[in-house]
Structure formats: C-alpha cells, structure tokens
Design a protein around this ligand. Structure first.
Ligand code: FAD
Ligand code: FES
Length: 266
C-alpha cells in the first residue's frame, strides 16, 4: 500500500489578520493538527467559512508555525479570494485543508541560498527556521518592488547568515533584480551551494538558468492555479521532463509544489 501523508480539513479559528502595509497581509489561525506535522514548503487550501459555495479554496504557503499550534500565512489581497480573506476577522473561521504537497529538502552540509520574490517570500520564515535547526544559516536574497513591500525583514535577518535585499525602484538594498545578487555571490563561490526559490515566473526562469550555468541544484516552489489541491481535478499541470528525458506533465499540487529546476520546463 502506498504511504499516505496525513492531512486535515479543519474549521480553523482566526486569531489575527493584519495588514502589513499596502496589499500585504498576515493571518494566523488555530490549527494544531496541521501545525504539528507541517513541513516547510507545504501549503494549505483555504477560504473564509462564509464565502459562498462557488468560491474555490486558494493555495497558500505555510509561512510559519507559531507556538506549535498556530498556522501563519502571508498574502497579497489581489483578487476575489484574497480580498475576502483580508476582510475576515478574529473569531471567524477559515476552512483550511492541509498540510498539502511536498517540502523543501534540507541538504546537510550545503550552503543554502534562499531566493524569494514578492509574496514568494512566504514559505521562507518557516524554511529558514528549520534550516537553522539543522545548523544551516542560509544566504537569503529577497526582491520586492519597493521598500514598502518588504515583509518579515527582522525575522529573516535573524534566521539568515546574511539577508540581501533588492528592489525594482532602488528604495531599499540593491537597485535591480534579486537574481543579480544571487549571480554575483555564485560567481565568487559556487561550491556546495543549493538554491531554494519561490517567486514570480520571470524570476524563476532566471533562477533556473543561473542554476544550470553554475551547475548547482535548485529547488523551485512552483505556482499554478489550483482547484482541489490534492491531485483529483487535474487542474494544475506543469510541463516537465522525466528523469529519462521524456516530456511529461506534473501536477503542481500532488507532485510539487517544489520541483528540482531540472525537471520543470518554465
Ligand atoms: C502552492 C502555492 C502557494 C501559494 N502561496 C501563496 C501565499 O503564500 N501567499 C499568496 O498571496 N499567494 C499564494 N499563492 C497564490 C494564491 O493562491 C493566489 O494568489 C490566489 O489564488 C489569488 O487568489 P484571488 O482569489 O485573490 O485572485 P483571483 O480572483 O483568482 O485572481 C484575481 C486576479 O489576480 C491575478 N492573480 C491571481 N493569482 C495571482 C498571483 N499569484 N500573482 C499575480 N496575479 C495573480 C489573476 O490573474 C486575476 O487577474 C500560492 C499559490 C500556490 C500554487
Ligand atoms: S489542483 Fe486539482 S489536481 Fe492539482
């Protein structure tokens, strides 16, 4: 019988939902069953309890586990689902299915290079903390449009060997793309490096090509619109290649969301 990962479908009480600035929000829910078994890089399918049957749940990376029983998500309110979540109040509930998907692998003895773009920074407070538990202190590279859109800065700084920032408009850190910072450091020393990345498509494409150029492994957390989150609706295909070079489709929710950069075509 195949090994089945445990998951829970909960009505999770909201304990906090705050605006971090602009369109960026952080929500915490009580979900001890999920919190206790969640691994970094995994996600939950969530929606407010009363949001109409037609609204599908949305996938959200687990940004942190607090006090062993609170799940934290970070999100941008951009469309119908995330705007509804942003209006949810403490005491109300989220429908929360998880933990789902695979997780970032911890490669012992490696130099971890963590790259987040925009809201793609969401899984890294959790992952960096787990890396620290393995005595790995990553270089974290974080790109955003402007200084106002940077979140988790203090926490990431504490959990990193070094935190390097890039902004599109130069209002904080390097004026330009976060991948330029990554490339510069790899130029100086590529050995033993492992890249972990989550962010917008164009950033992920550049990370994939940098990883290939320097011959370092990279794990990409891919984003795809999802229906069910568990591999039933076939709604989240990602084109890729099998280990023996055949073209194929992977399911983002079931086979991912984290893929070695060598197996996805982006
Ligand atoms: C594994 C996984 C983890 C994710 N984790 C997070 C997370 O931690 N935080 C988070 O905020 N989002 C995350 N997302 C994306 C999130 O699920 C979507 O942003 C969300 O579905 C948008 O829902 P919505 O109802 O607000 O927008 P919709 O109503 O579905 O879309 C509204 C508009 O926004 C555009 N849009 C939708 N999604 C995005 C996007 N990601 N970026 C830019 N434009 C978009 C659409 O094209 C449309 O124009 C994740 C996605 C995946 C697959
Ligand atoms: S979301 Fe249904 S199969 Fe992936």
């Amino acid at each position: 019988m195949p090994f089945m990962f445990k998951k829970f479908d909960l009505l999770a009480p909201i304990v906090e939902n705050i605006c971090l600035g602009g369109k960026y929000y952080r929500i915490r829910v009580e979900a001890p069953q999920i919190a206790k078994i969640a691994r970094p890089g995994q996600f939950c399918m969530i929606r407010p309890q009363y949001s109409g049957e037609s609204l599908l749940r949305r996938p959200f990376s687990i940004a942190a586990v607090r006090d062993g029983e609170l799940l934290e998500f970070a999100y941008t309110a951009i469309g119908v689902g995330t705007r509804l979540i942003s209006q949810s109040l403490p005491g109300q509930h989220l429908l929360c299915l998880g933990p789902l998907g695979n997780s970032f692998p911890v490669v012992e003895g490696s130099r971890a290079l963590v790259v987040g773009g925009g809201i793609g920074i969401a899984p890294f407070p959790f992952f960096n903390r787990v890396l620290n538990q393995h005595r790995i202190f990553p270089n974290t590279y974080y790109g955003a449009r402007s200084a106002e859109e940077l979140i988790y800065i203090e926490e990431l700084n504490q959990l990193s060997h070094i935190l390097k920032i890039a902004t599109d408009n130069g209002s904080a850190g390097h004026h330009g793309f976060v991948t330029q910072l990554l490339e510069k450091d790899l130029d100086e020393s590529p050995s033993d490096s492992v890249i972990y990345a989550c962010g917008p498509g164009p950033m992920m494409r550049v990370v994939k090509s940098i990883a290939e150029r320097y011959g370092v492994p990279a794990y990409l957390s891919m984003e795809e619109t999802m229906g069910c989150g568990v591999g039933i609706c076939i709604g989240c295909p990602i084109p890729g290649v099998t280990p023996d070079g055949q073209t194929t489709y992977y399911l983002c929710c079931k086979d991912g969301p984290i893929f070695p950069s060598t197996v996805v075509m982006i």
